[in-house]
Ligand binder design. Structure first.
Ligand SMILES: Nc1ncnc2c1ncn2[C@@H]1O[C@H](COP(=O)(O)OP(=O)(O)OP(=O)(O)O)[C@@H](O)[C@H]1O
Length: 271
């Protein structure tokens, strides 16, 4: 059974090379986690006292301002970061999809990169061999797939990476929104595959600033603010509180039905 549990977890980043400023006016920062200055070395408190339980079937959107702690939370949930304080337990195979470029090698071909990236995301060589034709067709990269990755444009790399990412069968899928920063036409094409991918995955956590993608992929949400979990509940409820207005007031009838079917009451972990 797939699950993630986090108990009172905090993640700190001590910054050893911070420079003191000599600005005439003190500038009040609006984004980012708190910077603690009690110790000699400044410490960025990226996450503070996070407790959350996620299980099979959960489709959680992560929202919040720049620097609120979404990416750090995804890394904590994936096991990439250990909590500085508190604890966490992850049961299941995690596919962390944070940066489409990670796991790619400039010097090997597109085909070889498909295999390597698939293995990195927890697939077996056999599974990837079965999927490689389908991925190749989706990317529309044709003969370029035999060329080294360094010859690709940014958009071509994204096509390749998205092709692989959307072909896997993850137990736990942790998506950072970088994946949304693709040209609109291709994202349209990738959208169905993305929705299928999410359907196949046991548990999804998706950090995004894009309401339409959140609506398509998630049923509940967590609002992060200055490293803390400010609210957890149904997607519409949390986004409405975060934005100060209902972002889904004018959605299609089918999307409205989906929203209505989603859980609305806040669950454990919120404030
Ligand atoms: N590797 C790191 N070293 C030092 N500080 C970090 C590191 N990663 C994140 N932080 C800090 O932790 C805080 C949370 O950052 P995080 O990347 O989790 O925010 P985010 O909500 O994902 O932001 P965005 O929406 O801008 O991507 C910020 O204050 C950031 O400066």
């Amino acid at each position: 059974m797939v699950s993630i549990d986090v108990w009172d977890a905090s993640v700190d980043f001590p910054i050893f090379d911070a420079k003191s400023r000599s600005l005439k006016k003190q500038v009040l920062g609006k984004v980012g986690g708190k910077i603690g200055t009690e110790s000699k070395v400044p410490v960025i408190e990226a996450l503070h006292d996070i407790s959350i339980s996620l299980k099979d079937g959960d489709r959680v959107g992560l929202v919040g301002h720049n620097g609120a702690g979404k990416s750090t939370l995804l890394r904590l949930l994936s096991g990439i970061y250990e909590p500085t304080r508190g604890s966490s337990r992850i049961v299941g195979r995690v596919a962390p999809v944070f940066d489409l470029g990670v796991g790619m090698d400039q010097e090997i071909s597109g085909f070889e990169n498909i295999m390597i990236r698939g293995l990195y995301l927890g697939m077996t060589r056999k599974q990837m061999e079965k999927r490689v034709d389908d991925i190749a067709e989706f990317t529309e990269l044709g003969d370029y797939l035999a060329m080294p990755l360094r010859t690709y444009s940014t958009g071509m790399r994204v096509r390749l990476a998205l092709g692989v990412v959307t072909s896997i069968d993850p137990e736990i899928l942790l998506l950072d929104e970088g994946i949304g920063a693709v040209d609109a036409a291709f994202l349209d094409k990738a959208r169905d595959r993305l929705v299928d991918l999410v359907r196949r995955s046991g548990l999804l956590v998706f950090a995004s600033h894009q309401d339409d993608l959140l609506l398509e992929l998630c049923t509940s949400a967590v609002w992060m603010d200055e490293g803390r979990m400010k609210m957890r509940g149904g997607l519409r409820e949390v986004l409405t509180a975060y934005k100060g207005k209902d972002p889904f007031a004018n959605v299609s009838p089918e999307a409205a039905a989906r929203l209505a079917a989603a859980p609305v009451s806040a669950v454990e972990g919120g404030e």
